[in-house]
Design a protein around this ligand. Structure first.
Ligand code: TRP
Ligand code: ZN
Length: 485
């Protein structure tokens, strides 16, 4: 018997824009940097690039440096929707640099220093180009401080969903997949550049500010409270988060010694009690199946109903817009291994996140008295998993490893068909090797980045005598519905 005909939709708003990526950009900031360099005479550095050539988000990230740490000091006044911030970015130059870019959208830049010296800067679209007083040398670690203020923007993704700074009735939710973090702090906003973080948020007394990592202090002065959070393991900026509101923050020790910090918006206390009580069991089940948990704390943030149009796997503690279903909690926690610890090299590798997290839901169902993953696979293949025939057909729209455009990186070919790829691997190698593979993958790439090619090579290495060629060809990269299930 099928108890669950289709997973809950995780992304909220309808996709308003189809097949259109953000391809028209204003002012090439890199040109300005080139001009500045040419005028200064005697320098040998060149500007870092204004993107890292992501196939879906070409302006995301920046070339020429690698961030090690973000120190963010934020203050938010929900009444006036006003954010003031200081970002201290510690990075290493990967080339001689005359100038470099940060991704930053909206807000007002009040000043930039590099190594304590005032730096020239210029803004064009989402690129904040910084020109330090003197060139930075390849290999050098340098500190950039950006002071900023204003009303942070809510950004609309190519698929129509909202991210960046989301206002709530009494606070805000700052989210960043795929590029929304540039609305609330300047940075190298591409998943390939992971860093540690210290985030301090000052809010009016009575409100609570929650972020990633572990609490690192709370002080109240003059009617305002500062909440500090420390993230000691590498984090991609798209899973950085701040939640401000009337939250009840609880800490629970899990059996393995890990602390779960769970923040629940006052309005969601009753509705989320049962599902959150499952968190320790889900964590234990996931560690059993995926291997040791990769971070130093876990938890969840349950924001007000509708505060976002989707749940998001923000590091350490995923965010839910209202009380989640069990499957969604399983999904977002699975992302801590697949997505947050093992992070895609580019947005094309999205199925390594969503295929795995979706497969985690199938496995949970299989292990808890529901249908097997193979049954879910069979229904999807036959087309009777969903009631809606359009939805059934949609999973064959494009191959998981080659999303058709930026507007479609979170559609069912990435999620469900991505999970089907994992079931194909399991069919080929059997359960023992399959669990070895998914655990080994999380261990091998822990706290790093990986591409689809890295994954297929890893699978092949773990089962050298199996032929995965047809699976990669038909299920991962092939157009349309494969001929055989
Ligand atoms: N990653 C979220 C999930 O757990 C969904 C999501 C939110 C998403 N924002 C996104 C996916 C932006 C792709 C792009 O399923
Ligand atoms: Zn997901």
């Amino acid at each position: 018997m099928v108890s669950c005909r289709g997973p809950p939709r995780r992304r909220g708003p309808p996709r308003r824009i189809t097949g259109v990526t953000r391809s028209i950009r204003p002012l090439p900031a890199v040109l300005l940097a080139v001009v500045l360099t040419a005028c200064s005479g005697g320098v040998h550095g060149s500007p870092g690039g204004q993107g890292v050539r992501d196939p879906y988000f070409p302006r995301a990230g920046n070339g020429g440096y690698d961030v090690a740490h973000y120190g963010l000091t934020l203050a938010y006044d929900p009444g006036r929707h006003r954010l003031t911030g200081t970002a201290v970015i510690t990075a290493r130059a990967t080339q001689d640099l005359s100038a470099f870019d940060l991704d930053f959208k909206g807000m007002t830049v009040d000043g930039v220093t590099v190594e304590g010296n005032g730096a020239r800067w210029n803004r064009a679209g989402q690129e904040l180009t910084v020109r330090p007083r003197s060139d930075l040398e390849r290999g050098e670690t340098f500190r950039t401080t950006v002071r900023y203020s204003g009303t942070p923007e809510t950004l609309t993704d190519p698929d129509g969903s909202k991210e960046g700074w989301l206002r709530t009735a009494d606070g805000a939710l700052a989210l960043g997949e795929p590029t929304g973090s540039m609305a609330w702090f300047p940075g190298n906003h591409h998943p390939s550049d992971k860093a540690t973080y210290d985030i301090a948020v000052t809010v009016p007394q009575g409100l609570t500010a929650v972020s990633n990592g572990e609490p690192a202090g709370e002080t109240t002065r003059n009617g305002r409270t500062t909440f500090s959070w420390h993230t000691g393991q590498p984090m991609a900026s798209y899973v950085a988060m701040v939640a401000i509101g009337h939250f009840d923050l609880t800490r629970t020790a899990l059996k393995n010694g890990l602390t779960a910090y769970v923040a629940v918006d006052r309005t969601q206390t009753e509705a989320s009690r049962q599902v959150l009580a499952q968190l320790p069991d889900i964590m234990e089940w996931e560690e059993y199946n995926f291997g040791p948990y990769p971070f130093s704390s876990t938890g969840a943030v349950v924001g007000p109903e509708g505060s976002a149009g989707y749940a998001l796997e923000t590091q350490n503690r995923p965010v839910f817009p209202g009380a989640p279903e069990t499957g969604t909690l399983v999904h977002e926690l699975a992302h801590q291994w697949y997505g947050d610890s093992v992070t895609p090299a580019s947005w094309r590798d999205m199925w390594l996140n969503e295929g795995f997290a979706t497969y985690a839901e199938w496995l949970w169902r299989e292990d808890h008295g529901g249908q097997t993953a193979q049954q879910t696979f069979d229904q999807l293949y036959r087309g009777d998993y969903y009631d809606d025939p359009e939805q059934s057909k949609a999973i064959w729209a494009y191959p998981p490893a080659k999303p058709s455009s930026a507007a479609h990186i979170s559609d069912s070919p990435v999620y469900e068909r991505g999970a089907m790829v994992l079931q194909k691997i399991r069919q080929t190698v059997g359960d023992d090797t399959f669990y070895d593979i998914i655990q080994g993958w999380a261990a091998a790439r822990r706290h790093g980045n990986a591409s689809t090619a890295d994954f297929t090579a890893y699978v092949q290495k773990k089962a050298p005598h199996k032929d995965f060629g047809p699976i990669w060809r038909d299920w991962l990269y092939g157009d349309g519905r494969p001929e055989h299930p």
